[in-house]
Design a protein around this ligand. Sequence first.
Ligand SMILES: [Zn+2]
Length: 375
Amino acid sequence: MSQLTRCTGFVCHEYYFWHHTGASAGPLPYGLAVQPDAHPESPATKRRLLGLLDVAGLLAKLTRIEPRLATEEELRYFHTPDYIARVEAMSKGIGGDAGELTPIGTGSFHIARLSAGGAMAAADAVMAGEVRNAYALIRPPGHHAEADRGRGFCIFANNVLVVHHLRRRHGVKRVAIVDWDVHHGNSQEGAFLQDPSVLTISLHQDNYYPPQSGALSQNGEGPGIGANINVPLPPGSGHGAYLDAWQRVVLPAVRRFRPEFIIASSGFDGSAMDPLGRNMATSETYRALARMTAALADELCGGRLLALHEGGYSTAYVPFCGLATLEEFCGIKTEFADPYLPIFSGMGGQGLQPHQKSVIDSAAALVERVPACPA
Ligand SMILES: [Zn+2]
């Protein structure tokens, strides 16, 4: 291990692995036509990422941050009292569906509060200067949850709740959320669509989940016009497309906005090995995005960057994408190389393709509409 190191906080908890999504048929409910199978949003990818961080020697270098339970008042920053009560009631029984494709089990209310509270505890540690940046390996994920229903495996919108927490507890006025999960970050888009003080940018596979969500044309509304950018990447987008989008859309947009705090919604389901996504990112893709984002936070806001774990369903590959991301956050390169990298990086189409470039060109044209920081 070597290189410039900096203090990175890390949140995890055994209970995150106990949130039980039950049986399913892929992401859909099983039934008489489809035999019950394991649910893709299972503990395995996250537990195996934790395991790899441990054996690679990186976990010991991170500063552990204890999660806490988000209070009901904090959940109400975004979620309706009716929805919160419904999740609590289901969680006291045998569970059910918290909305759309969001199975929960016994105790999931408690664990979802611990997930949101873990994100807030990490934000507190960054704001207090106890760590420079942080990664919250939390579960359940959050970036699809809506105010009054769970969606897409997400119960509470962890990133939206962190923004409200930063405002109320720390007086932070401007936050940028950058989302590299393969699905559209509809939670933050919906929550802040008319809010010019939160810049939301989502890179995702074009019109995948949620359906009819994440179009390039959704650029914010009312006073929030310009403060939401979607980059709907064509299926098959690989390393070249992700880098080009980050360099020509995300970096200049965030620089123009000048946030006081950056949240990264970190899903690894854009990888070439993901069973749900159809993009082709590699661990080196996430390494590059993490490196650029950490450097951007250093440049603009004293390093204040918090990644919240979202999707990623390849049990074999998520750990290597996560290790690369954490290595860049803390500036420590371990000796653990990604054994799959030679296969995926050599795939045809990893470079930027013309049809991908044309989407990114259109998104790049939106940068000048981002509300610039008042002098
Ligand atoms: Zn996802």
